[in-house]
Design a binder for this molecule. Structure first.
Ligand SMILES: Cc1cc2nc3c(=O)[nH]c(=O)nc-3n(C[C@H](O)[C@H](O)[C@H](O)COP(=O)(O)O)c2cc1C
Length: 184
């Protein structure tokens, strides 16, 4: 192992898989730029002593990280506070449009902000995930539309995810990406 290469753990908490896809994409991008990367579901998170950087992602439910992600941060607060931690969330808010929707998309839910600040995370970014129409009540559909949500399905913005990954790579002084893959 080349000791010069940064060691990055990428850990995700997902309910329906879209956060895992994003974590996989970030992992592939960083591994392709000469970092040593380990990707894991939060229930199988690696021992952090082997890593200097953690990228932690969670789906958003009810304006909070999934319980497994919140519990993980609480349980490892000291280790996380002494490392570079990059947090991301995956929800529907960043996909909202119009003045109200964009304001809602920029708003960081209080519980997530508190968690972010408790470990002095290097950065936090909210990405759009998947939002399936099936199973959504008529009341929630109307609310979604009023908030500026027009679309259902896969709302992920891979260019935004790539740009954030690039920010992480640049902060670690990794070489430029050779990849031209635009994720589906
Ligand atoms: C029960 C439930 C609650 C949700 N609450 C929120 C929320 O408060 N804010 C938000 O932006 N998205 C919310 N969402 C949307 C999900 O975060 C979105 O579908 C995301 O893609 C899920 O990620 P996953 O596929 O990794 O589980 C909610 C979804 C469900 C099923």
């Amino acid at each position: 192992m080349n000791q010069e290469e940064p060691r990055i753990a990428i850990v995700y908490a997902t309910e329906q898989g879209s956060t895992r896809d994003i974590a996989e994409f970030i992992s592939d991008e960083l591994a392709g730029r000469d970092a040593i990367v380990e990707l894991a579901d939060i229930d199988h998170a690696p021992d952090l002593s082997r890593f200097d950087t953690l990228v932690l992602g969670s789906a958003v439910h009810d304006m909070d990280f999934l319980p497994a992600a919140t519990e993980y941060v609480h349980a490892h607060r000291d280790e996380l506070s002494s490392r570079n931690v990059w947090l991301f969330s995956v929800g529907l808010a960043p996909a909202l449009r119009g003045p109200i929707g964009r304001a809602a998309g920029r708003f960081v839910p209080k519980k997530i902000a508190t968690l972010r600040d408790s470990i002095a995370a290097r950065d936090y970014h909210a990405f759009a995930g998947r939002y399936e129409r099936a199973g959504i009540s008529p009341h929630t559909r109307i609310l979604y539309r009023l908030m500026g949500g027009g679309h259902y399905g896969d709302l992920r913005d891979w260019a935004a995810i790539r740009a954030w990954t690039d920010t992480i790579a640049q902060s670690l002084r990794l070489p430029k990406s050779h990849s031209t893959t635009i994720h589906p």
